[in-house]
Design a protein around this ligand. Structure first.
Ligand SMILES: Nc1ncnc2c1ncn2[C@@H]1O[C@H](COP(=O)(O)OP(=O)(O)OP(=O)(O)O)[C@@H](O)[C@H]1O
Ligand SMILES: [Mg+2]
Length: 292
Protein backbone atom coordinates (compact mmCIF):
# COMPACT_ATOMS: atom_id res chain seq x y z
CA UNK A 1 0.00 0.00 0.00
CA UNK A 2 1.67 3.17 -1.13
CA UNK A 3 0.68 6.82 -0.94
CA UNK A 4 0.31 6.69 -4.73
CA UNK A 5 -2.32 4.00 -4.39
CA UNK A 6 -4.14 6.10 -1.87
CA UNK A 7 -4.05 9.12 -4.14
CA UNK A 8 -5.50 6.97 -6.90
CA UNK A 9 -8.27 5.94 -4.52
CA UNK A 10 -8.96 9.55 -3.62
CA UNK A 11 -9.09 10.50 -7.28
CA UNK A 12 -11.60 7.74 -7.88
CA UNK A 13 -13.73 9.10 -5.06
CA UNK A 14 -13.47 12.61 -6.49
CA UNK A 15 -14.45 11.39 -9.96
CA UNK A 16 -17.37 9.51 -8.49
CA UNK A 17 -18.51 12.61 -6.64
CA UNK A 18 -18.02 15.00 -9.57
CA UNK A 19 -18.63 13.34 -12.89
CA UNK A 20 -19.08 16.69 -14.64
CA UNK A 21 -16.64 19.55 -14.95
CA UNK A 22 -18.74 22.00 -12.98
CA UNK A 23 -19.03 21.06 -9.32
CA UNK A 24 -22.17 19.40 -8.12
CA UNK A 25 -23.71 19.58 -4.70
CA UNK A 26 -23.00 16.99 -2.07
CA UNK A 27 -25.89 15.67 0.01
CA UNK A 28 -25.81 18.48 2.51
CA UNK A 29 -23.98 21.03 0.39
CA UNK A 30 -26.96 23.16 -0.61
CA UNK A 31 -26.19 26.83 -0.79
CA UNK A 32 -27.47 29.26 1.76
CA UNK A 33 -26.21 32.78 2.12
CA UNK A 34 -23.30 33.08 4.48
CA UNK A 35 -23.20 36.82 3.92
CA UNK A 36 -24.83 39.67 5.68
CA UNK A 37 -22.37 40.25 8.49
CA UNK A 38 -22.41 43.94 9.16
CA UNK A 39 -21.39 44.36 12.78
CA UNK A 40 -17.68 44.27 13.42
CA UNK A 41 -17.16 41.22 15.60
CA UNK A 42 -15.57 41.33 19.02
CA UNK A 43 -12.21 39.75 19.55
CA UNK A 44 -12.13 35.98 19.78
CA UNK A 45 -10.26 34.78 22.83
CA UNK A 46 -7.49 32.53 21.54
CA UNK A 47 -5.31 32.60 24.63
CA UNK A 48 -5.60 28.82 24.86
CA UNK A 49 -4.16 28.49 21.36
CA UNK A 50 -7.38 27.38 19.70
CA UNK A 51 -9.75 29.27 17.45
CA UNK A 52 -12.07 26.29 17.04
CA UNK A 53 -12.66 23.48 19.47
CA UNK A 54 -14.98 20.49 19.09
CA UNK A 55 -15.28 17.82 21.74
CA UNK A 56 -17.32 14.61 21.65
CA UNK A 57 -19.77 15.98 19.11
CA UNK A 58 -22.41 13.56 17.82
CA UNK A 59 -25.42 13.87 15.56
CA UNK A 60 -27.79 11.22 14.24
CA UNK A 61 -30.14 11.38 11.29
CA UNK A 62 -32.95 8.83 11.69
CA UNK A 63 -30.78 6.68 13.93
CA UNK A 64 -27.70 6.91 11.66
CA UNK A 65 -24.73 8.50 13.44
CA UNK A 66 -23.31 10.88 10.84
CA UNK A 67 -21.02 12.47 13.44
CA UNK A 68 -19.81 10.22 16.23
CA UNK A 69 -17.89 11.62 19.23
CA UNK A 70 -15.95 13.97 16.98
CA UNK A 71 -13.18 15.95 18.69
CA UNK A 72 -10.75 18.31 16.99
CA UNK A 73 -9.29 21.76 17.37
CA UNK A 74 -7.69 24.36 15.12
CA UNK A 75 -5.02 26.88 16.04
CA UNK A 76 -5.31 30.58 15.17
CA UNK A 77 -3.94 31.21 11.67
CA UNK A 78 -3.77 27.51 10.87
CA UNK A 79 -4.67 26.06 7.47
CA UNK A 80 -6.16 22.68 8.30
CA UNK A 81 -7.10 20.20 5.62
CA UNK A 82 -9.81 17.65 6.30
CA UNK A 83 -10.02 14.60 4.07
CA UNK A 84 -12.06 11.43 4.21
CA UNK A 85 -14.22 9.18 2.06
CA UNK A 86 -17.68 10.17 0.82
CA UNK A 87 -20.16 10.18 3.67
CA UNK A 88 -17.46 10.56 6.35
CA UNK A 89 -19.30 13.54 7.83
CA UNK A 90 -17.10 16.40 6.58
CA UNK A 91 -19.92 18.62 5.34
CA UNK A 92 -22.07 17.73 8.35
CA UNK A 93 -19.21 18.85 10.61
CA UNK A 94 -19.25 22.24 8.84
CA UNK A 95 -23.05 22.34 9.17
CA UNK A 96 -22.60 21.92 12.94
CA UNK A 97 -19.88 24.58 13.26
CA UNK A 98 -21.98 27.10 11.34
CA UNK A 99 -25.21 26.38 13.22
CA UNK A 100 -27.03 24.84 10.26
CA UNK A 101 -27.28 21.51 12.07
CA UNK A 102 -27.59 21.13 15.85
CA UNK A 103 -25.62 18.23 17.34
CA UNK A 104 -27.33 15.83 19.74
CA UNK A 105 -24.43 16.19 22.14
CA UNK A 106 -20.95 17.64 22.48
CA UNK A 107 -19.15 20.96 22.75
CA UNK A 108 -18.37 23.44 19.98
CA UNK A 109 -16.41 26.57 20.90
CA UNK A 110 -15.11 29.51 18.86
CA UNK A 111 -12.07 30.63 20.81
CA UNK A 112 -12.28 29.77 24.49
CA UNK A 113 -15.35 31.81 25.36
CA UNK A 114 -17.92 31.62 22.55
CA UNK A 115 -20.18 28.58 22.78
CA UNK A 116 -21.36 28.21 19.17
CA UNK A 117 -24.20 25.92 20.19
CA UNK A 118 -25.85 28.93 21.83
CA UNK A 119 -25.87 30.88 18.57
CA UNK A 120 -28.01 30.84 15.44
CA UNK A 121 -26.57 30.46 11.95
CA UNK A 122 -26.72 34.20 11.14
CA UNK A 123 -25.10 35.11 14.46
CA UNK A 124 -22.27 32.66 13.85
CA UNK A 125 -21.54 34.36 10.52
CA UNK A 126 -21.52 37.71 12.33
CA UNK A 127 -19.12 36.37 14.93
CA UNK A 128 -16.56 35.88 12.17
CA UNK A 129 -17.01 32.39 10.72
CA UNK A 130 -17.35 32.49 6.92
CA UNK A 131 -18.44 29.45 4.98
CA UNK A 132 -17.94 28.60 1.33
CA UNK A 133 -20.16 25.86 -0.02
CA UNK A 134 -19.03 23.89 -3.03
CA UNK A 135 -21.18 25.46 -5.71
CA UNK A 136 -20.29 29.08 -6.50
CA UNK A 137 -23.18 31.41 -5.79
CA UNK A 138 -22.42 34.88 -7.07
CA UNK A 139 -24.83 37.44 -8.46
CA UNK A 140 -24.37 36.66 -12.14
CA UNK A 141 -25.92 39.87 -13.47
CA UNK A 142 -23.76 42.13 -11.33
CA UNK A 143 -20.14 43.01 -11.95
CA UNK A 144 -17.26 41.67 -9.91
CA UNK A 145 -17.05 45.05 -8.16
CA UNK A 146 -20.77 45.09 -7.38
CA UNK A 147 -20.67 41.57 -5.98
CA UNK A 148 -17.89 42.51 -3.57
CA UNK A 149 -19.61 45.76 -2.64
CA UNK A 150 -22.83 43.88 -1.99
CA UNK A 151 -21.07 41.52 0.38
CA UNK A 152 -20.77 44.44 2.79
CA UNK A 153 -24.41 45.33 2.60
CA UNK A 154 -26.67 42.37 1.92
CA UNK A 155 -28.74 43.07 5.01
CA UNK A 156 -30.29 46.04 3.21
CA UNK A 157 -31.36 44.19 0.11
CA UNK A 158 -30.03 44.54 -3.41
CA UNK A 159 -31.82 47.74 -4.38
CA UNK A 160 -30.83 49.96 -1.45
CA UNK A 161 -27.35 48.46 -1.51
CA UNK A 162 -26.88 49.85 -4.99
CA UNK A 163 -27.36 53.34 -3.59
CA UNK A 164 -24.83 52.82 -0.86
CA UNK A 165 -21.34 54.17 -1.39
CA UNK A 166 -18.15 52.82 0.09
CA UNK A 167 -16.09 54.80 2.56
CA UNK A 168 -12.37 55.02 1.89
CA UNK A 169 -11.44 52.17 4.24
CA UNK A 170 -13.98 49.95 2.48
CA UNK A 171 -12.66 51.01 -0.93
CA UNK A 172 -9.14 50.09 0.17
CA UNK A 173 -10.39 46.77 1.48
CA UNK A 174 -12.21 46.06 -1.77
CA UNK A 175 -9.08 46.83 -3.79
CA UNK A 176 -7.02 44.53 -1.58
CA UNK A 177 -9.55 41.71 -1.87
CA UNK A 178 -9.68 42.13 -5.68
CA UNK A 179 -5.93 41.75 -5.79
CA UNK A 180 -5.95 38.76 -3.42
CA UNK A 181 -8.51 36.85 -5.49
CA UNK A 182 -6.73 37.61 -8.79
CA UNK A 183 -9.64 39.60 -10.21
CA UNK A 184 -8.17 43.10 -10.20
CA UNK A 185 -8.27 43.13 -14.02
CA UNK A 186 -11.90 42.03 -14.08
CA UNK A 187 -13.68 44.57 -11.85
CA UNK A 188 -16.21 45.55 -14.50
CA UNK A 189 -16.89 42.09 -15.87
CA UNK A 190 -20.26 40.50 -15.24
CA UNK A 191 -19.86 37.71 -12.72
CA UNK A 192 -21.88 35.43 -15.02
CA UNK A 193 -19.10 35.68 -17.64
CA UNK A 194 -16.35 34.51 -15.29
CA UNK A 195 -14.92 30.99 -15.43
CA UNK A 196 -15.98 28.48 -12.78
CA UNK A 197 -12.72 29.04 -10.91
CA UNK A 198 -13.05 32.83 -11.05
CA UNK A 199 -16.58 32.58 -9.66
CA UNK A 200 -15.23 30.51 -6.79
CA UNK A 201 -12.58 33.17 -6.11
CA UNK A 202 -15.18 35.91 -6.29
CA UNK A 203 -17.26 34.13 -3.71
CA UNK A 204 -14.24 33.73 -1.47
CA UNK A 205 -13.67 37.46 -1.99
CA UNK A 206 -17.23 38.16 -0.85
CA UNK A 207 -16.47 36.26 2.34
CA UNK A 208 -13.18 38.16 2.75
CA UNK A 209 -15.03 41.48 2.55
CA UNK A 210 -16.46 40.52 5.95
CA UNK A 211 -12.96 39.81 7.30
CA UNK A 212 -13.81 36.42 8.83
CA UNK A 213 -11.52 35.00 11.49
CA UNK A 214 -12.28 31.45 10.45
CA UNK A 215 -13.07 30.32 6.91
CA UNK A 216 -14.65 26.96 6.20
CA UNK A 217 -14.19 25.84 2.60
CA UNK A 218 -15.97 22.73 1.34
CA UNK A 219 -14.29 21.22 -1.73
CA UNK A 220 -13.15 24.58 -3.12
CA UNK A 221 -11.24 23.23 -6.15
CA UNK A 222 -13.83 20.72 -7.39
CA UNK A 223 -14.42 21.40 -11.09
CA UNK A 224 -11.44 23.78 -11.40
CA UNK A 225 -8.79 23.50 -14.10
CA UNK A 226 -5.26 22.58 -13.00
CA UNK A 227 -4.17 26.18 -13.37
CA UNK A 228 -7.10 27.48 -11.32
CA UNK A 229 -6.37 24.86 -8.68
CA UNK A 230 -2.74 26.00 -8.47
CA UNK A 231 -3.81 29.62 -8.09
CA UNK A 232 -6.30 28.64 -5.40
CA UNK A 233 -3.48 26.93 -3.51
CA UNK A 234 -1.51 30.20 -3.69
CA UNK A 235 -4.56 32.10 -2.49
CA UNK A 236 -5.07 29.86 0.55
CA UNK A 237 -1.38 30.01 1.47
CA UNK A 238 -1.67 33.80 1.29
CA UNK A 239 -4.75 33.82 3.57
CA UNK A 240 -3.22 31.49 6.14
CA UNK A 241 -1.95 33.30 9.22
CA UNK A 242 -4.24 36.25 8.72
CA UNK A 243 -7.27 33.97 8.85
CA UNK A 244 -7.72 30.43 10.12
CA UNK A 245 -8.89 28.03 7.42
CA UNK A 246 -10.52 24.64 7.41
CA UNK A 247 -10.44 23.13 3.93
CA UNK A 248 -12.26 19.95 2.99
CA UNK A 249 -10.90 18.43 -0.23
CA UNK A 250 -10.70 15.16 -2.15
CA UNK A 251 -7.93 16.48 -4.45
CA UNK A 252 -4.81 15.04 -2.82
CA UNK A 253 -2.27 16.93 -4.90
CA UNK A 254 -3.97 20.17 -3.86
CA UNK A 255 -3.93 19.02 -0.22
CA UNK A 256 -0.25 18.17 -0.58
CA UNK A 257 0.49 21.71 -1.80
CA UNK A 258 -1.28 23.55 1.00
CA UNK A 259 -1.38 21.30 4.04
CA UNK A 260 0.50 21.21 7.29
CA UNK A 261 -1.72 19.05 9.46
CA UNK A 262 -4.30 16.84 7.78
CA UNK A 263 -7.25 15.39 9.66
CA UNK A 264 -8.80 12.22 8.26
CA UNK A 265 -12.48 11.85 9.03
CA UNK A 266 -14.24 8.51 8.76
CA UNK A 267 -17.64 7.41 10.04
CA UNK A 268 -18.11 10.73 11.78
CA UNK A 269 -14.94 10.83 13.84
CA UNK A 270 -11.21 11.44 13.47
CA UNK A 271 -9.46 8.35 12.12
CA UNK A 272 -5.98 9.84 11.85
CA UNK A 273 -4.18 13.16 11.97
CA UNK A 274 -0.70 14.28 10.98
CA UNK A 275 1.19 15.39 7.91
CA UNK A 276 -0.18 14.11 4.60
CA UNK A 277 2.73 11.66 4.38
CA UNK A 278 1.98 10.37 7.86
CA UNK A 279 -1.72 9.82 7.29
CA UNK A 280 -1.12 8.33 3.83
CA UNK A 281 1.16 5.75 5.43
CA UNK A 282 -1.45 4.85 8.06
CA UNK A 283 -2.90 1.39 7.34
CA UNK A 284 -6.32 2.37 8.68
CA UNK A 285 -6.47 5.33 6.31
CA UNK A 286 -5.38 3.22 3.33
CA UNK A 287 -8.06 0.70 4.24
CA UNK A 288 -10.92 3.24 4.24
CA UNK A 289 -9.81 4.77 0.94
CA UNK A 290 -9.14 1.55 -0.94
CA UNK A 291 -11.28 -0.94 0.90
CA UNK A 292 -14.59 0.46 -0.34
N1 LIG B 1 -29.71 16.25 6.72
C1 LIG B 1 -29.39 14.96 6.63
N2 LIG B 1 -30.33 14.00 6.78
C2 LIG B 1 -30.01 12.71 6.69
N3 LIG B 1 -28.77 12.23 6.49
C3 LIG B 1 -27.80 13.13 6.32
C4 LIG B 1 -28.05 14.55 6.39
N4 LIG B 1 -26.86 15.20 6.19
C5 LIG B 1 -25.93 14.24 6.01
N5 LIG B 1 -26.49 13.01 6.09
C6 LIG B 1 -25.78 11.73 5.99
O1 LIG B 1 -24.66 11.82 6.85
C7 LIG B 1 -23.52 11.20 6.27
C8 LIG B 1 -22.39 12.18 6.18
O2 LIG B 1 -22.68 13.09 5.13
P1 LIG B 1 -21.72 14.29 4.72
O3 LIG B 1 -22.41 15.02 3.63
O4 LIG B 1 -21.38 15.06 5.94
O5 LIG B 1 -20.44 13.52 4.19
P2 LIG B 1 -19.14 14.11 3.52
O6 LIG B 1 -17.97 13.61 4.29
O7 LIG B 1 -19.28 15.58 3.35
O8 LIG B 1 -19.15 13.37 2.11
P3 LIG B 1 -18.69 13.90 0.63
O9 LIG B 1 -17.21 13.68 0.58
O10 LIG B 1 -19.43 12.99 -0.29
O11 LIG B 1 -19.10 15.32 0.50
C9 LIG B 1 -23.97 10.66 4.92
O12 LIG B 1 -24.30 9.30 5.09
C10 LIG B 1 -25.19 11.49 4.61
O13 LIG B 1 -26.10 10.78 3.78
MG1 LIG C 1 -19.38 16.84 1.73
Amino acid sequence: MTPDLMEAGAERIARHAYPGAAGQLTESGGREAGYGRHASPGEVDVTHGRILYLEDVSVSFDGFKAINKLSLDIAPGELRCVIGPNGAGKTTMMDIITGKTRPDEGTVFFGSTIDLLRHKEAEIAQLGIGRKFQKPTVFEHLTVFENLELALKTDKGVKSSMLFSLDSAQSDQLAEVLHTIHLADSVSRMAGNLSHGQKQWLEIGMLLMQDPKLLLLDEPVAGMTDEETARTAELFLHLKGKHSLMVVEHDMSFVRTISEIVTVLCDGSVLAQGTLDEVQADERVIEVYLGR
